[in-house]
Design a protein around this ligand. Sequence first.
Ligand code: FES
Length: 589
Amino acid sequence: MRLVTLAIVAAVSPDFASSQSPEEHAKHHPAGGAAPSMAPAGGAGMAGGEMGEMMKEMGKAPRKAFYPSLMDLPALSPRQRDTVEQQAHARMTAGARIMVEALGPMSETASRKDYPALQSATERMRQGLAQFESGLAAHRALAEGASPPEVALRWFKTEMNLAQPAAGASARTWFGVPVFHAISMGLIAAFALVMTMIYFSRLRRARALVTELISERPATIAPGPASTPPPPPAPRTPPSPSTQGSWSGELRVARIFQETADVKTFRLAPITGEDLPFSFEPGQFLTIAAAIDGKTVKRSYSIASSPCCRGWCEITVKHAPSGAVSAYLHEQTAVGDRVSVAGPYGRFTFRGETPSVVMIAGGVGITPMMSSIRYLTDQSWGGDIYLVYACASLDKVIFRDELDYLSSRHPNLHSVVVLSDEPASSWTGERGRVSAELLARVVPDLPSRRTHVCGPPPMMDAVKAALVTLGVPAEAVRTELFLAPERPAAPAPAESPSAPAAGAAVCTFTRSGKKAPLTPDQTVLEAAEEIGVAIDYSCRQGFCGVCRTLLVSGRVTMAVEDGLSAQDKAAGYILACQAKSASDIAVEA
Ligand code: FES
């Protein structure tokens, strides 16, 4: 094989034979003179001893050039192959001639027992045989189709005494890849796939958890790597009773904003601390108490800000012509003043309990709905919000710029403004009143949606009639009356309990031990105020529940009971501002 290798290298690498200078070669072959050529031309083949010496020296400079030279040759060109074949044939011929020439002297020296000469002849014979074998091996390698790199590899393994692979070992492959290598790569790929699945599974679960935390709903996390999409909005726990969790005290007026010509927003902040001393639902209201002409007057105003703001809340107040408290706020209250506040109250709330909601507002009745809209957009709530907002003219539209801004950023907020008396012809929006025709046109599939209505009484009556016409079920409608006339200050307490009028029923207040006459058109609250029995109140409309009082005995009628929960009614509570009776009763006050 060494001879074959050298023969091929000599044929295809002209630098190989000349890779050593004559001087360097003389160092290796001090008795040989000039370096013998690897080419057989001229019959100057390399002697066997020289070849041996050469192979011994292949760990030096020539060996470095030999291996990479062959490895760099991907295949023999036809021309190189012819050259190698010719050189191999020439080596065989030269080797045979050397052996023939050495045979005569060998027999002659043997007969005369000239042993030194016999040894020289034997050496020549060996050289000839070596040349002949190298030529023959080159022929054979070429005939078997061995490539130069394969020849070089066999040579290398031979030199290094490495075991040759067993026959058939190379056949244990899958698609040309060794079996062990294929199995290893398969295991690595499977491990990477499993780790990737675990990563995405954890990512989904974390996203679901964050979504649930943001919406303040119980987390629903699918086990394992399931690709369950985030759950749809789920109904929330119903708000607590209107008077539960309420607070009373003073807040500081931190800012005042002029919304329209007769509407201002008052930002109320805690006197001390950073957060409000209460939490509220979007749509609830506060009761403001003001000392006017030596008397305490209360009035309720919806909170317009989002409960996401913990450091302050805002009430938006219209300056009513005869409104004592609204005039007090508009004309006498300044930034830095303290106001007496109680609340929050009310059940007219919405924070995403149903998949969509319709809000129909009139004038300043937008305020409780604005709190919900701000909250829902703050939370990126995904349900549809249909707002139908009725005003007289464009300059009376409260929060107009903010509604436009929120609608542009939240495609699920569909806002429609309806103007009844807008003089400008440039207004291209809806005109007229909120009618069944308009609602059916701007709110798709209205009967299937929860509807909130808030505004002045005429508007409320018209909208409720329109909803009945459209087939909206009564249980899907929530209402809150607005712009209720402010009550005059309570009359001064009587010096002593009045005697019941003839023919009138008697209302007994069990806690104070007082009694008052109760005429059929008089409420329990009015009867209590006449004799100085304190019953707290706010809206005086039956909505807030602040005047909630326990009925000890007797029977009453109430025009509005919205301020009572089912539990309140079952426990025997009444609304003092609504309760009337034609017979004697007793209440806990
Ligand atoms: S004062 Fe509001 S319900 Fe009676």
